[in-house]
Design a protein around this ligand. Structure first.
Ligand code: PSU
Ligand code: MN
Length: 299
């Protein structure tokens, strides 16, 4: 494995300063241009403003890049040939020296091996609706990687109750950061439980420390609800999503194409409201992750 660290990330690792990993699939395949570029840059800025060093992760020329330069971020945001890679794609990505965006699974894989303990994103993958055999590789990866993932639950296009059950069965602790329910991405309500509500970054850091002392191999999911002013009610969303899912079915869209397709459909159908919410929650999650990272390195 070849790791390429940016100077900033290499220094933070050496000095044991707080670091937050950020994924690249959301830039390359989750958000449209130019919002994807702006967001990628803003997330790094927010992490810095809150006392940690950002480490956006991607694969360039088959190398694990941890901390990207301006050109690399621009490339992720604009190059249509960037491949979305999950765990199964790693050998091909490295063997064929490809340029790739990393999902939650591969960002976690690389971040953990690089020595980064916390990772911020929007939503994790999970169990797909009406297609229970399509389970994102994010889930088993999280079950086997002892990091903290700050997110707003799972991607909205998924079967959230089934995803919640999977997390429980596989020993992934789900915390609610100031919330009693596991957020449903664009919506603060899901009817799904969290294992514990935590109020402060230091509470979350203590729980992560206990996980490490117990030598548990699984990730902790620190869930954070979308800021209230950007919330989209479940009912409104379900109508839009229903239409989009029908269209995906009609066009036989499946596999790794399904999420980008559904996201662009619901963005159009919601007049951009879902895009604004997605960006708002990404920023908020990056902020929370930086605060927790600081506490984790303090204790
Ligand atoms: N959540 C979103 N948009 C995304 C993703 C999650 O709102 O683009 C990405 C993440 O990178 C996640 C991946 O890891 O989708 C999961 O894809 P799949 O279901 O194909 O494993
Ligand atoms: Mn899938």
């Amino acid at each position: 494995m070849i790791f390429k660290f940016s100077d900033e990330v290499a220094n933070a690792l050496k000095d044991k300063n707080p670091l937050v990993a950020l994924e690249s699939t959301v830039i390359a395949h989750g958000l449209p241009f130019p919002e994807n570029l702006e967001t990628a840059q803003n997330l790094e800025k927010i992490v810095r403003e809150n006392g940690a060093t950002p480490a956006t992760i991607a694969v360039f020329d088959g190398e694990f890049c941890v901390g990207l330069n301006k050109t690399q971020i621009e490339r992720l945001a604009t190059d249509k040939n960037i491949r979305k890679i999950s765990r199964r794609d790693l050998p091909v990505a490295i063997g064929k020296r490809l340029n790739c965006a990393t999902t939650v699974a591969t960002t976690s894989f690389i971040a953990y091996r690089a020595g980064i303990k916390i990772f911020a994103t929007g939503g994790i993958g999970g169990v797909h609706r009406g297609f229970a055999s399509d389970v994102s590789a994010d889930l088993p990866e999280l079950a086997a990687t002892p990091i903290v993932v700050v997110c707003s639950g799972a991607k909205i296009v998924l079967d959230l109750p089934a995803t919640r059950e999977w997390l429980e069965t596989n020993g992934i602790c789900v915390l609610g950061f100031g919330c009693d329910e596991m957020p449903a991405f664009y919506s603060r309500k899901s009817g799904l439980f969290v294992d514990e509500r935590v109020e402060t970054p230091s509470d979350a850091a203590e729980i992560a420390k206990a996980r490490d002392e117990l030598k548990l191999a699984s990730a902790i999911l620190l869930t954070v609800a979308v800021p209230p002013e950007f919330e989209i009610e479940t009912e409104e969303l379900e109508n839009i999503l229903g239409e989009s899912l029908r269209l995906a079915d009609e066009n036989k869209i499946c596999g790794k194409e399904i999420t980008p397709f559904l996201l662009s459909q619901i963005c159009e159908r919601s007049a951009g409201k879902t895009l604004a919410a997605n960006i708002a929650l990404l920023k908020n999650n990056a902020r929370v992750a930086a605060l927790v990272a600081s506490e984790m390195s303090r204790i």
